[in-house]
Design a protein around this ligand. Structure first.
Ligand code: NAD
Ligand code: UFG
Length: 332
């Protein structure tokens, strides 16, 4: 399949492009490089043996996107978005314009070009503070605690409505839990700008000696050790989930919603100790106040993805930490 991949030079997009190439598909990357570098394409080529076609373009630029789409595609996987939660609170209009406005512009181009299979990067954040664990796809979407989360809830609704108006469309809504790790080659991974906001990239920088200690946000949650629990998923497993969703649902009219996680929760301290094993050092930390907007625990019921997509994760927390640490050492 020839697949248009927006945001394909970013963290999850680059790993998915590798998986698409390895599966024999023909990905074409569109990225405005606002949060990625061009060298990622070369490194994808080193891993997969060939480089994808690349266009530096913004998804909001309808004319350029229209001329790219005119070359013909079997499907689009849409990763391009801004994703920094705190920045979205400071700059809400930037987030609504780029994420929601960008998605609408892209959808207009796809409708006009008759590209009818669409795979969307959604997030576990759409569940808000879940009242039951593990979360299943039929649970109602919740109340977001920040504009970034609202953009995901809004974009899911826009996609359900666009599919309703275009009944031949196949829309897959993939709700990622917490993607971490890096490619085992050490060639591609996550490159956060400035101080990381997310747990594993922060722990990686403490392990590397670039940051002094981890602040553990809250030690009094109703969890096994009092720290927050999340469903961490290796980014390569997540990438393979996209290929499975694409292969299963190309041309399959309807809206298909999946949780992509491992189905298992890990606490902040479990992640920290697993990382200590991976890097062979002790990682300093202190328990501080809870972070506003955080939920105590969130992990996925992955029964639907396993049974319908025939996909399940094969990499555990030790793999995630080992691959993150290899990537961290290469980027120093
Ligand atoms: P990323 O920032 O590494 O990748 C996003 C890519 O999109 C970047 O390369 C960026 O340059 C590009 N981009 C942004 N706006 C664009 C625009 N207007 N036009 C063209 N390109 C644009 O982020 P990621 O972690 O790979 O996330 C990919 C997707 O997955 C996003 O939609 C994100 O919201 C979603 N997601 C991420 C996580 C996570 O924890 N990483 C969790 C759930 C969902
Ligand atoms: N944490 C710390 N210290 C840190 C960073 C995180 O203790 O320095 C804790 C958090 O409190 C949480 C866990 O580690 O318990 C995971 O935090 P992350 O920031 O890595 O991940 P979140 O689950 O908070 O964030 C994810 C996605 C976001 C999304 C958000 C909404 O990364 O994109 O869920 O819930 F918006």
């Amino acid at each position: 399949m020839r697949v248009l991949v927006t945001g394909g030079s970013g963290f999850i997009g680059s790993h998915t492009v590798v998986s698409l190439l390895e599966a024999g598909h023909d990905p074409v990357v569109v990225d405005n490089l606002s949060n990625a570098s061009r060298s990622v394409l070369t490194r994808i080529g080193e891993i997969a043996g060939r480089q994808p076609e690349f266009h530096e373009a913004d998804i909001r630029d309808r004319d350029t996107m229209g001329s790219i789409a005119a070359s013909g595609f079997d499907a689009c996987i849409h990763f391009a978005a801004l994703k920094a939660v705190a920045e979205s609170v400071e700059e809400p209009m930037l987030y609504y314009d780029n994420n929601v406005g960008g998605t609408i512009a892209l959808l207009e181009v796809l409708v006009a070009s008759d590209i009818t299979t669409f795979v969307f990067s959604s997030s576990a954040t759409v569940y808000g503070d879940p009242n039951k664990l593990p979360v299943t796809e039929d649970m109602p979407t919740g109340v977001a605690t920040n504009p970034y989360g609202w953009t995901k809830i809004m974009m899911e609704q826009i996609l359900r409505d666009v599919q309703g108006a275009n009944p031949d469309w196949s829309v897959s809504l993939l709700r990622y839990f917490n993607p971490v790790g890096a490619h085992p080659s050490g060639l591609i991974g996550e490159e956060p700008r400035g101080t990381p906001n997310n747990l594993m990239p922060y722990v990686a920088k403490v392990a590397a000696g670039e940051l002094a200690r981890l602040s553990v946000f809250g030690g009094d949650y109703p969890t096994s050790d009092g720290t927050g629990v999340r469903d961490y998923i290796h980014v390569v497993d997540l990438a393979e989930g996209h290929v499975a969703a694409l292969n299963t649902h190309v041309g399959d009219a309807g809206v298909h919603t999946y949780n992509l996680g491992t189905g298992k929760g890990s606490s902040v301290l479990e992640v920290l100790h697993s990382y200590e094993n991976a890097c062979g050092k002790s990682i300093p930390y202190e328990v501080v106040e809870r972070r506003a907007g955080d939920v105590a625990a969130n992990w996925a019921d992955v029964t639907r993805a396993e049974s319908v997509l025939g996909w399940k994760t094969t990499r555990d927390l030790a793999d995630m930490c080992a691959d993150s640490w290899r990537w961290q050492q290469r980027t120093r």
